[in-house]
Design a binder for this molecule. Structure first.
Ligand SMILES: *Cc1c(COP(=O)(O)O)cnc(C)c1O
Length: 454
């Protein structure tokens, strides 16, 4: 009999709770600080931006938080998502390792991001909110929130980084299909945008600038709230449905992973696959290696400083302690747009400080080599971001081969690459270049970190 390839969880087994790792941490992460007073922020400071239910989740230490039934009902459109055993990739690599991947590209927007967009839109709708603002780089988060907004009658305005707005017209069309309004950032609609355009009318934009614009609109309008697609505690928690499902599916497969791999931009899909397993370990379970993979051109975990920093360029957000390249750092233009952020989620940063996870960085050509090898073996074309996780998993499998050891590897295939074929075209035309970030710029951005008393 042939070995099973696809592990499908019955709908009735879809998790009913999100997992909150704050309940199991040996030491709490440092507090979030008010940018003006540098004192820990309270719920009132965040109330202009987020509905109270999400603020409560952000600071919660409850281990399990119930997923509302209307949210689970939407999730049933694509969840539980499949877990696959990569038999053909294993064979192509000649590895004794077993490789499993959880596939989040089956969502309507094609990535893991609707896992948090849907509950965020729902909690806002419950609070009577009719308008949300957000930012997007390549458009994956913007299209996910646009989709979620369309379900609950919320108008979504997306500030899209100017270069992506010009270069990725299909993601914009997708956002507009779901009814969202898309504005190229920097824009003339905010003080933050106007100040940047005054200095440089052709500014290509950045995620940090787009966040400033979206936050400004929410902070200055009573009827508008803001939504963030990564980094924050509640966003990471919403993604833990991925890892909880994977646990059940691996049980069906009769396996238990030794190594878990995820790519990291702001840290949410990595947290989603890894946190439930790390939690089990913290409660006395098996110790596993957990590997975060980031781009060498934007290496917040491997080269950034663990320090208090702003989440945006105009310094409107609270100060969070995280691995950061500095809020003024502009990474070179590589193809995994979802990984071009200067900071890392405070919870992921904290876990690295506690040695509970490892981090690795790769250049983009080797990452696309891995993605193409994966597509030819398994059929799915990964998003450029996901290729980082593919590369990390392949390296672990090759290490097993070299050591003559069989281990079980699990990685998160966080999205498909159907909107990123121009990046694959560039790869096949040999036009992808491995770009190093500018050391002088990094030094300058790090020197500009805000000083916060210990
Ligand atoms: C947004 C995105 C990422 C990066 O964000 P994380 O919060 O680190 O997960 C990675 N992959 C895909 C497919 C994305 O859409």
């Amino acid at each position: 009999m042939s070995q099973p390839t696809k592990f499908v969880l019955d709908e009735s087994k879809m998790p009913r709770h999100w997992y909150n790792i704050a309940a199991d941490l040996p030491k709490p992460p440092p507090p979030v600080l008010h940018p003006g007073t540098q004192q820990p922020v309270g719920p009132d400071d965040l109330a202009p931006l987020f509905p109270i239910a999400l603020i409560a989740q952000e600071v919660s230490t409850e281990r399990e938080i119930e997923i509302p039934e209307p949210v689970r009902e939407v999730f049933r459109l694509w969840r539980p998502s499949p877990l696959y055993r990569a038999h053909r990739l294993e064979k192509a690599l000649g590895t004794p390792a077993k490789i499993y991947y959880k596939y989040e590209g089956v969502s309507p927007a094609g990535s893991h991001k609707p896992n948090t967009a849907v509950p965020q839109a729902w909690y806002n709708a419950q609070a009577g909110i009719k308008k949300l603002t957000t930012e997007t780089g390549a458009g994956q988060w913007g299209s996910s929130l646009a989709f979620a907004g369309s379900l609950f009658g919320i108008d979504v305005t997306v500030f899209q980084v100017r270069v992506s707005y010009d270069q990725k017209p299909y993601r914009r069309a997708l956002m507009e299909t779901y009814g969202a309004r898309c504005i190229a950032s920097p824009s003339n609609e905010t003080n933050a945008g106007r100040a940047i355009l005054a200095q440089r009318p052709d500014h290509p934009g950045s995620l940090g600038i787009a966040i400033s614009e979206a936050v400004e609109v929410a902070a200055t309008h009573d009827d508008v709230k803001y939504s963030l697609g990564s980094v924050l505690n509640h966003v990471l928690m919403h993604q833990t449905i991925i890892g909880q499902e994977a646990m059940l599916q691996l049980e069906m497969a009769g396996d238990d992973p030794d190594v878990i791999v995820g790519c990291t931009g702001g840290g949410s899909n990595f947290a989603g696959i890894a946190f439930p397993f790390i939690g089990a370990q913290l409660r006395g379970g098996k110790k596993r290696r957990i590997v975060a993979v980031e781009p060498a051109a934007c290496p917040s975990l491997t080269r950034g400083k663990y320090a208090y920093d702003f989440g945006d360029t105009a310094h409107m957000t609270p100060l969070v302690k995280m691995h950061t390249l500095g809020s003024t750092f502009t990474p070179p233009g590589f193809h995994a747009g979802g990984l071009r952020y200067h900071g890392m989620a405070p919870l992921v940063s904290h876990l690295l400080e506690l040695d509970l996870i490892e981090a690795k960085a790769y250049q983009q050509k080797t990452v696309f080599d891995a993605g193409v090898q994966f597509a030819r073996a398994e059929g799915i074309v990964p998003a450029p971001e996901a290729n980082h996780a593919v590369k990390g998993a392949i390296d672990e499998a090759l290490r097993c081969k070299a050591e003559g050891k069989s281990r079980t590897i699990l990685f998160n295939l966080c999205g498909h690459g159907h909107f990123d074929m121009s990046a694959y075209q560039a790869y096949f035309a040999d036009k992808l270049v491995d770009q190093d970030y500018d050391e002088a710029e990094l030094a300058m951005a790090l020197a500009g970190l805000p000083s916060v008393p210990a």
